[in-house]
Design a protein around this ligand. Sequence first.
Ligand code: SAM
Ligand code: SF4
Length: 352
Amino acid sequence: MTAVNIGTPLRLPAVVDVSDRPAGADLLDRFGRTARDLRISVTEKCSLRCTYCMPEEGLPAIARDALLTPAEIGRLAGIAHHRLGVREVRFTGGEPLMRADLAEILAATRAAAPGLAIALTTNGIGLDKRLPALLAAGLGRVNISLDTVDREHFARLTRRDRLPAVLDGIRAARAAGLDPVKVNAVLMRETLAGAADLLAWSIDAGVHLRFIEQMPLDADGVWSREALIDAEELLAVLGRRFVLEPIDREDPSAPAELWRVAGTGATVGVIASVTRSFCAECDRTRLTATGSVAPCLFGDDETPLAPLLRGGADDEALAVAWRTAMWGKQAGHGMDAAGFQRPERSMGAIGG
Ligand code: SAM
Ligand code: SF4
């Protein structure tokens, strides 16, 4: 088993040489990319234990006072938007709904950065009850994770028998008028058999289903490149029940390849995060739940902002530290390169 580490920082980045960084306010890196899309993890806790993400016992607990508060998150989101050119923030985790103060986090973000689009990635458990407060606090978009509509299979995959609660959350998001509601399913051998049922369910529920290739970010360290399922295999399975027509990409940098499901008005997508790396177009910057900048999911280096944040630094000092961290961002995940080493942190530990 791979050690799971959510300590902060896991590894401080090597000193980043910014002498050749062009003067500019935004989150540039050495490979010409500019981050506009911020992911903020708000907790390591989760109501599920998906096998491709979490260890069975859950992640080691983060001390309560080490977690960023709503006010701190709001301040960092404001800096990201006003000083660093970030346009969207997505709250994630762990499971963000495990934070009782999630609505306060959203409200603080909206107050600090009214122009910033606010989204949430969640497993949907409890979303039906929390949605009114979250919408009132500024939630604009939601992605919900669901790999199967087979209750037994769901319980095996997530180690929890909570499928009905997830479906309630998804239905509530649609009923509240959120559109689109995107449903993310991790593409694995075990999900293939139920993939057509999941698509049929999604069409019925009016949600946009996207399969995501499984990345080597499982806490148990059992991922293997050979076992990876690609779009071709998925399409062969879905093609037995549906007629799928490829849709030309309007935006070549969009992560999902899309197919129209003939006769339904629906689409289905595949995000080929492993086989078709979009590292060259990556526009993401991440903050961990304890306030460290993580430039890449596949790098173990983190730049802690909490000491500055809590030590009286002004907004520009925080912005400089964030820009410096992003200037040092690695080129890509390198999964196809010889000698690729998976990161130590699992998906739930950094925030997917
Ligand atoms: N708990 C929330 C959820 O499940 O949506 C948010 C956090 S979760 C880490 C964010 C996303 O990462 C989910 O859509 C999940 O399916 C995806 N994910 C987790 N582990 C993954 C892996 N090894 N490969 C690809 N996607 C993964
Ligand atoms: Fe929890 Fe989301 Fe990871 Fe599943 S994918 S264990 S719901 S954090």
